[in-house]
Ligand binder design. Structure first.
Ligand code: F6P
Length: 550
């Protein structure tokens, strides 16, 4: 240990061994790796719960994987993992435990924070949430005028929006279709406007979801929603209690906002916002899919937690995915990572992962505050296939950037599809498999020539290949499988943060913009002088005011 922190990553002999290995690998191609090794596809595959991961199309050899595992050992990923599961305060800059895994722990588990077992409280809240969800679903919960709830509007942002919104979309076939769900996050008033414009306040329930209950977007939207409700229901303040519930860690602020804390569902500071949709933050989802399905989802999370905690390094899926990301960032200079789900229901999945990964690992100093000299978190992006194929896959195949990708697909289409639509599933999956193949093996100039292509077009029609992918194939997109997938990525992000020696659980980088927005706002509204405003921003503010006729 050097003074004030861990031995720096790039000083470790294991890091140097990987650098040497990378140089020795040179331009090795996936074609060669497969030709040399007939068992490669079978060996570089992993089944966990309902998921199968094929990572044979990664630019790695057995030696690469061994060296990466050595790096994980040298950086004590397992030690930090145990500290997390034990409830130690591994979020060092906020001095907090990181215990989203306790949200899906079985009722008889013991997970202590400051000597107190948190599991009973988790299950007590889950029981209250389930009871409330059942009342809304059955119509027992009535609005102010005695009508049943028809639409649930979740107001939250970041982790208080992306998780429930993503999972609601992912599990649509499991939802109570007679209820409508909407998600409002943006402080742009159009978001709330579009969400409520066709709604009847008498049948609308708002869930105000905010860990801190101080987030300006959420509080602003919730205040406007309350006004919309009161305007629509004749101004009786008593209506608020029947149409507003809150999910938060901050009872004081909830009460100050005017929501009865009897209608509040709590969670705890040891649940990070981006790790929170399996807490009370998932209330909208819980109402949508019901308590039983929600529990199945939690079981899926737990299955992956246990796998991560107990599987040997050679067979540990989150460890493997995390290390592959480290490999490409450090030794291929990969800047981004594409997540390409071949399921329309996963249309929000990558957006959800953007917060999970980029807010966690978008860091530039190590856990002791020293600037890092290695790549940390990648830009995560992607949209469902096949749409992306007709938009940006061109760059994946023939661009100048190496972009590792995850291709996610399901063997079975959802049960409720009409037979003709279910038949389209084979075509969808054929595309997923074809993309993995084309990205990995490409098309050589000779293969292009053999098709009779004119010589001057050969370079244009050549595919270099060697674009690495992991294919994640599951049986179907069930609540359990969704839980497994999300936990897989949660722990992948954890592994990378552990190797890179960064705090994956704070998010100081979002603060400056918030402070500046508060400072600039009076300049827009009242023309107030903002001390120290730079010339560019001052000019834009003046132009904005002129355009607004102020
Ligand atoms: O500003 C970033 C952030 O703090 C996220 O980490 C969080 O998920 C989001 O804002 C919303 O925070 P809250 O749930 O406290 O409203």
């Amino acid at each position: 240990m050097t003074e004030g922190g861990r031995v720096r990553l790039d000083q470790l002999p294991e890091w140097e061994a990987l650098a040497v290995h990378r140089r020795a690998l040179g331009e090795v191609s996936l074609r060669e790796l497969f030709d040399r090794d007939p068992e490669r596809a079978e060996r570089l595959g992993l089944a966990v719960g309902g998921l199968y991961l094929d990572y044979s199309k990664q630019l790695v050899t057995d030696e690469t994987l061994r060296l990466l595992r050595e790096l994980a050992r040298a950086t004590d990923v397992a030690g930090l993992r145990e500290a997390m599961f034990r409830g130690e305060r591994i979020n060092v800059t906020e001095d907090r435990a990181v215990l989203h895994t306790a949200l899906r722990a079985p009722a008889d588990a013991v997970v202590e924070v400051d000597g107190e077992n948190v599991v009973p409280a988790v299950h007590a809240v889950l029981a209250r949430l389930s009871d409330f969800a059942e009342r809304v679903r059955s119509g027992a919960w009535r609005g102010h005028t005695g009508q049943r709830i028809e639409t649930v509007v979740n107001i939250g942002i970041g982790g208080s929006d992306l998780g429930p919104a993503m999972a609601y979309e992912a599990l649509l076939p499991f939802t109570a279709r007679e209820l409508d769900f909407r998600f409002v996050s943006n402080v742009d008033g159009s978001d709330l406007h579009e969400a409520v414009r066709d709604l009847d306040p008498a049948t609308t329930l708002f869930i105000v979801a905010s860990k801190t209950f101080t987030t300006i977007e959420t509080i602003t939207n919730a205040t406007s929603a309350r006004q919309w409700l009161l305007d629509g229901l004749g101004g009786d303040q008593a209506a608020v209690a029947r149409h507003f519930v809150a999910v938060s860690t901050n009872a004081e602020k909830v009460a100050a906002f005017g929501i009865d804390t009897a209608n509040m569902f709590e969670f705890w500071d040891w649940v990070g916002g981006r790790y929170s949709y399996d807490s009370a933050i998932g209330l909208s989802l819980l109402i949508a899919i019901g308590p039983e399905r929600f529990r199945e989802m939690l079981d899926g999370f737990r299955l992956m937690d246990e796998h991560f905690r107990t599987a040997p390094a050679e067979e540990n899926a989150p460890l493997l995915l995390g290390l592959l990301g480290v490999w490409y960032g450090a030794f291929f200079d990969a800047q981004s990572h594409a997540v390409l789900p071949y399921s329309h229901y996963l249309s929000q999945f990558t957006a959800y992962l953007q917060q999970l990964d980029m807010e966690s690992n978008g860091k530039r100093v190590d856990r002791s505050g020293r600037p890092v000299t290695w790549q940390t978190g990648p830009v995560v992006w992607g949209t469902p296939g096949t749409n992306g194929q007709h938009a940006y896959y061109q760059l994946l195949h023939q661009g100048t950037k190496l972009i590792p990708a995850d291709l996610i697909g399901f063997a079975r289409p959802v049960a409720e599809l009409a037979p003709a639509l279910a038949d389209q599933h084979d075509l969808l999956m054929a595309n997923l498999f074809a993309q993995g193949q084309a990205l990995a093996f490409g098309k050589t100039p000779d293969e292009v020539r053999a098709e009779g292509v004119a010589e001057e077009l050969v370079p244009h029609r050549t595919f270099p290949g060697d674009r690495p992918t992991t294919t994640i194939l599951a049986d179907e997109l069930s609540p359990s499988v969704l839980g497994q997938l999300v936990a897989l990525y949660e722990h992948k992000v954890f592994v990378q943060g552990a190797v890179w020696d960064i705090d994956s659980f704070d998010q100081w980088g979002v603060e400056l913009g918030k402070v500046l927005a508060k400072r600039v706002e009076p300049a827009l509204t009242e023309g107030a002088e903002v001390p120290g405003l730079d010339a560019s921003t001052a000019g834009l503010v003046a132009r904005y005011r002129a355009l607004r006729g102020r």
